[in-house]
Design a binder for this molecule. Sequence first.
Ligand code: AG3
Length: 283
Amino acid sequence: MQNLTGWTVETLHDGFAQAHRMDRVLYDSKTKHQRIVVFESAQFGRVMTLDGVVQVTERDNFIYHEMMTHVPLFAHGSAKRVLIIGGGDGGMAREVLRHPVDQVTMVEIDGGVVDFCKEYLPTISDGAFEDPRLDLQIADGAGFMRDTAGGYDVIIVDSTDPVGPGEVLFTDHFYGHAKRALTPGGILVTQNGVPFMQGQELTGTLRAFGSLFSDAYAYLAPVPTYQGGFMAFGWGTDSHVRDVDIATLSARVNNMGSSFGYYTPEVHKAAFALPGYVKQLLP
Ligand code: AG3
């Protein structure tokens, strides 16, 4: 262990942390909602933290964003309207907009995060904020969900952890409103943290999903800067599209003419294979 001057230490978990050397601090300021820091790291490129928790890095964000978008969108096969709650850095919108969707509504509570990410982390959104299909709303996601007329084929909840402004996005109320906002056969996906460290979070979300959806499950991806093993995503739908086969997924991927850094049809299927310690967290 070494002296950590010039490093930042994440404090998300009790008694266990990740540290990054900050080679250059590009920004450090407080918005109305949270403290934002962006720094340059030798390993991860630019890194953004909110209230001291790593949210996004240039080097590894593709894993998280691809898995929260392409898994539900390729499983669905014909999503036209997509809703993103949170996601102020624009990485989720970037990946959704690779699909032939008509409209992506993104509801971010903190306008400061959006402005700031456009300036300091332009590679994350990569032009998404200029796409005419993006409808960006600066509003509280829970309030939006309560009041929306719905009609979304896929809803993606790209929240922070359930502390601070993200907390309301983990309630039964919010999930109930999200279910109502889906088209029949629509899919809801959520970020549920690292289950090795934050098991309660996955259990809580899936308990709510279990009373709302005929298919309530989880899938996984390892994201290096969401440290502690696999990251878990909640999956809720009344359709059977979790059963989609690799050939169908491959045809959809080829049709789009895209290739991805992490997502493949094989990874899609494998992500739903849950290890014992994760299965035990399912309610
Ligand atoms: N949102 C999810 C951050 C979760 C970090 N949690 C953790 N390490 N347990 C990131 C926003 C990316 N668009």
